[in-house]
Write a new protein. Structure first.
Lengths: 456, 456
């Protein structure tokens, strides 16, 4: 049901394109949707793509262009003149897609393309949309919508709708405005169908409508649409005038990226890179976090260095360094991930920070007691030759308990603090928390060992 | 614009509810939507919630119930009789919500509730839906939809729609079926509005419709709706008969959970727990991964143990254990996260596994050379008292380069292999890859040290 691009398919298509066999090309892409065709072009060379594009209808070509990977699209547009871009693509696009496309072009080319747009109204819509930052409600909205005046009767509405809907692909909802274009409410097509012609909009419209202001950032738009199960949301200006609408398909990506961004940060990848991005982009996104780890490792080496003489006497102290460091990292990652997810979903509840710390303390104590108990059991049941070494056994268990205990608290408190001071709490997951807990764990382990070996 | 629940608001509401001050309660919740009211109830005690529920209208009560946290809803329903559940809630719900609700009840209570449903048609829809597993298209769909016969004319359609739409809250799309109820295509309300009465459906409907089979799993439904920007998708049986439809609001949660699930696994949390879940659930989700780390730590301790005598002679070998272990873990997490995300987004491209490994080798070499160069510089510029220790300096640098190199390859190959053998590749992120790389890194470091110290 879903198209799955394969290498043989791509080869067959490229061959048909190269030999200009139109019938074969059209047969291959007959059942494909624009996003499927975009998948193909993402895998083609620029030359293959340009040749293939000749076989698409104008409308297809515009729809496919929107779905292309950004870098592929950029290369492709660079191969076209401004006039071609305006005529072949912009004229067939919704205002929001056209604005997104133009926003990515160099200023000069952008202005050139705009000057070539035939439809004055569309050009003015696009110029309007280009004024809004990309990551706000204004930057996401489309100007195409269907609206009626609150003072009209149903008959006038239906006639007006017949006119307006020719330009709007999916209607979803009809907006109700007053004579100053201030949003008053909504009315569904269904309701219009069911109501007698002579009734007034005023009597049947629904005045409970959720709208977003044009300067609201896209993540909050996503949260609102998700929370209130909205398929489309109207965008208004400061005094409530209707500017446009955002549909769910534009916001699903925002919601998903939001969820993925936290994962990416937790994995120590600082920029929004994809696996398919080139080596250099990937390196740039990954190296900074490795340097954080490197710094952490150097600090740990300094801490252990101060216990050099003890290691010489009790080399077994070195055996459990990876265990202590790893467990601190694991616990920290777990707690911080739960807090960050809770913050993102607004599901942390109303209880204060002390309640959260108390909960983490109880979880830490449980996990800590289980793990330190098990490692004690291991050290007692499987001693090295020379019998049970109580000093190291007890040192490891106490250090492990302490590390699990404190790592959980750090993992809870640090993201909460960052959030309080408006820093992205996801920064506190991944390499940052792992490194901190590595250092702290190493210090604790050797300090406890130092004390205990003096006793035994 | 968005409701934000605060402690003072909750206290005020509880006070008004307790003192049975209806005017005050209704004023407080006047502008709230069902999901907002659900947020309030999630924070109330059962007694407060039951008292508060008396103030809601029947329709509100049903809408709020669907939005409640699962455990809160369960407690709440347990306090009601089967008859009350059927009359107060099920009768006011869409079939899919009603079925979801009933699916969570104990079998006996479920059957009791069904026997109390007044509307026979709704009862039969619900029984039907309960047959589909929860995580399939059939389990997600609602039975309420609007459909027309392909042989009708537009006038008949509109009359029929007037009848059908009374039961369907949001129409979105009108489905076109033949006389055996086999899905033929769709027609938009807008199109119906624009077409003269005497035309036939057959002449104007759109036969390019994406449908999903009832047994398709929910994640794939989500991928299809996301990829093709669908707001609603029809569900069909094996021979193409129209069974129901899935709307985007039911699938946004699936798409989001899918993105979050990978993050959760990468953070070493095995079940779908939330921060707000109780201590016991959290411990159960976290402890297993800690035990994986514990096992890894024990294995590392065995490896280091075999080099005991060397540590006694060269205690500085111990200093850099955390560095090597941490860097292996960090690199592994980075690579595996990128591969897992690429697999989830189907954006890995068509190139084979060797191409992927080659790319990771190049990234690993770059990052590895930078990091090992820096640590060499550090060890040379800031030697311990006694001058530059070339043996340890070169050991650390070579080990670091090797660990970064191999950790990247493991992080790439292991999730790809798991995916190939139909195991969730996200299992290879987080504690699993960290632990493996800890062990491997420790081994490599001491082995290289052992060889090099013999040379210097």
């Amino acid at each position: 049901m879903q198209f799955e691009l394969t290498k043989p398919f791509l080869d067959e298509l490229n061959l048909a394109v190269e030999s200009k066999n139109e019938a074969a090309v059209l047969a291959l892409i007959e059942h494909l949707r624009p996003v499927d065709i975009a998948e193909i072009i993402n895998e083609q060379s620029l030359k293959e793509a340009i040749a293939f594009y000749q076989f698409l209808t104008e409308e297809q070509a515009a729809d496919v262009l929107i779905e292309l990977d950004e870098d592929v699209r950029e290369r492709f547009l660079n191969s076209l003149s401004s006039k071609q871009i305006a005529k072949q693509f912009i004229d067939n696009m919704d205002s929001d897609d056209a604005a997104d496309l133009l926003a990515k072009l160099p200023v000069e080319k952008k202005n050139e393309v705009i000057s070539h747009i035939q439809d004055i109204e569309q050009a003015s819509d696009i110029i309007d949309l280009l004024n809004y930052p990309e990551d706000t409600a204004g930057g996401l909205m489309a100007k195409e919508l269907v609206k009626v005046d609150i003072n009209w009767d149903i008959k006038t509405c239906i006639n007006e709708l017949r006119r307006q809907t020719q330009e709007v692909e999916n209607v979803y909802t009809v907006y109700v405005v007053d004579d100053r274009n201030v949003l008053q409410g909504i009315i569904s097509l269904k309701r219009l169908l069911l109501t007698p012609d002579n009734k007034k909009v005023r009597d049947i419209y629904n005045d409970k409508v959720i709208a977003v202001k044009a300067d609201l950032n896209d993540e909050e738009v996503g949260q609102i649409m998700e929370k209130y199960d909205l398929v489309v949301v109207p965008v208004i200006d400061e005094i409530g005038r209707l500017l446009g609408r955002i549909t769910i398909d534009d916001i699903v990506d925002v919601i998903k990226e939001e969820a993925e961004k936290d994962y990416q940060l937790a994995s120590g990848i600082s920029e929004n890179v994809e696996y398919s991005d080139n080596m250099w982009l990937q390196t740039r996104a990954r190296l900074p976090w490795l340097l954080v780890g490197l710094m952490g490792g150097i600090i740990s080496s300094k801490i252990i260095g101060t216990y050099e003489s003890q290691i010489q006497i009790n080399p077994e102290m070195a055996f459990f360094i990876p265990l202590i460091a790893a467990m601190g990292g694991n616990v920290g990652v777990q707690s911080s991930a739960l807090v960050v997810k809770g913050l993102a979903n607004k599901s942390l509840g109303l209880n204060g920070i002390w309640h959260k710390i108390l909960k983490e303390i109880l979880i830490g104590l449980t996990n800590g007691l289980v793990c330190s108990g098990l490692i004690l059991l291991y050290n007692v049941l499987f001693p090295d030759t020379g019998g049970i070494n109580w000093a190291i056994s007890i040192t490891v268990s106490i250090a492990l308990l302490s590390v699990i205990f404190f790592a959980g608290i750090f993992g809870t408190v640090i993201p909460l603090m960052l959030h309080k001071y408006k820093v992205d709490p996801a920064l506190a997951t991944g390499p940052f928390i792992t490194t901190t807990n590595d250092i702290f764990g190493t210090f604790l382990y050797f300090y406890i060992g130092h004390l205990l070996y003096a006793v035994f």
